[in-house]
Ligand binder design. Structure first.
Ligand code: PLP
Length: 379
């Protein structure tokens, strides 16, 4: 992605040290899906998150797929997950052969609604049809309300897999996302808080889960000198070169979070008092990273709708995006079960993610805000 005048939603933000790590890896000929940078990147990332074990993979999607296999999800099982999320929270459930059931989000955090989840788990327990797992995503940098979710899942001994792809460094009551389920997936896609251009990691305090995932990620090769396989594996390991990029990136996680939080603060200062504009909430006892700054627009109060604003920004070469289209509205999931749905439908109808790059300048944010406010009462 060439640097240009376009203001992107969340572009990669390099430290300037990535090429040094890559050069070292080339000098030592570690151009392989194994090597010292992979080991060091896993070590440094785990130190930041605070979990004991982890395996670096080609993507967050791969991490979720292996997490589901590790907890035993298979054909005939159901897995509960939020409807208001990116598709990659749900598609790995299908990759594992199981069926997703979509649960609506709550207004308070925009993440999975703990009350709806509790009701659905009780309903399924009564029918003796409990799901194999619950995936909880922490979207747009904001943690889900974990205490009641953990309480319900513990009652029925259902494992929680955290999809922390968008919430690196976010906290809930002082605990970092990625430490609250049996395991968690992170993403290092180009648009995330830190990036390896593409990549992900599965982390857990349960060594067995991570070792199973590591084994499956490298073609499930048995521990013998020849190529022998007793189960079906995948080619999901991150390359050493991409891990080298990650080694530089992992050093700036807190800096990136301060920067995206500052972007959010400036947007709030400039747009917070405008009638018809509301920001994604940050509930007490949580700390969002504001990976993306998201707003909802009430067209009656504001005078223009989210699509009119999006197009107006696009005319000025500025990227913004509608909030997630709920999974239960997706054509590909039309036959899946859903629990509730109106909260996410409303967010999709009226919500927009604003450009939120950690390298955005105050001037850029002011420009975006002025274009948005120029739409007031345009009808
Ligand atoms: C909520 C969520 N889950 C999972 C993923 C998948 O991560 P990746 O793109 O690394 O496969 C992403 C991002 O892309 C995401 O936003």
């Amino acid at each position: 992605m060439k640097k240009s005048d376009r203001i992107y939603l969340s572009p990669p933000h390099m430290t300037g040290r990535e090429l040094d790590y890559i050069k070292n890896a080339f000098d030592d000929n570690w151009v392989a899906p194994a090597g010292p940078d992979l080991v060091a990147f896993e070590r440094d990332f785990l130190e930041y998150i605070g979990t004991a074990f982890g395996v670096a993979l080609v993507s967050g999607t791969a991490a979720l797929h292996l997490a589901l296999i590790a907890v035993g999800a298979k054909a005939g099982d159901e897995v509960l997950c939020p409807t208001f999320t990116f598709c990659a929270t749900a598609t790995p459930i299908v990759h594992a052969g199981a069926s997703p059931v979509f649960v609506d989000c709550e207004e308070k955090s925009w993440n999975i609604d703990p009350e709806l989840l509790a009701k659905e788990l009780k309903n399924l327990a009564d029918k003796n049809k409990l799901p194999k797992a619950v995936i909880v995503a922490h979207i747009y940098g904001q943690s889900a309300d974990m205490d009641p979710i953990i309480e319900s899942c513990n009652r029925y001994e259902i494992p929680i897999i955290e999809d922390a792809a968008e919430a690196l460094g976010a906290t809930y009551k002082g605990t970092m996302c990625g430490n609250m389920g049996v395991c968690a997936a992170f993403s290092f896609n180009g648009n995330k808080t830190i990036t390896t251009s593409g990549g992900g990691m599965l982390v857990s305090n349960n060594e067995e889960i991570v070792e199973k995932a590591r084994h499956l990620s490298t073609q499930a090769k048995d521990n013998v000198p020849h190529y022998q396989h007793s189960s079906i594996g995948y080619n999901y390991r991150l390359s050493n070169i991409l891990a080298a990029i990650g080694r530089a990136q992992v050093t700036v996680i807190d800096e990136r979070i301060s920067q995206t939080r500052e972007v959010n603060r400036i947007y709030r200062e400039l747009l917070g008092d405008i009638s018809g504009i509301d920001f994604m909430p940050e509930p007490p006892n949580t700390r969002s990273t504001n990976w993306l700054t998201c707003i909802t627009i009430d067209p009656k109060k504001f005078g223009a709708n989210k699509e009119e604003i999006r197009l107006c920004l696009e005319d000025e070469n500025i990227e913004s995006r509608p909030l997630w289209m709920p999974m239960h509205m997706q054509p590909v999931f039309s036959k899946c079960r859903k629990v509730g749905g109106t909260v996410s439908e409303e967010l999709f109808k009226n919500g927009l993610s604003l450009p939120s790059g950690s390298d955005m300048t105050g001037e850029d944010i002011k420009r975006v805000s002025e274009i948005i406010t120029s739409n007031i009462d345009r009808r």
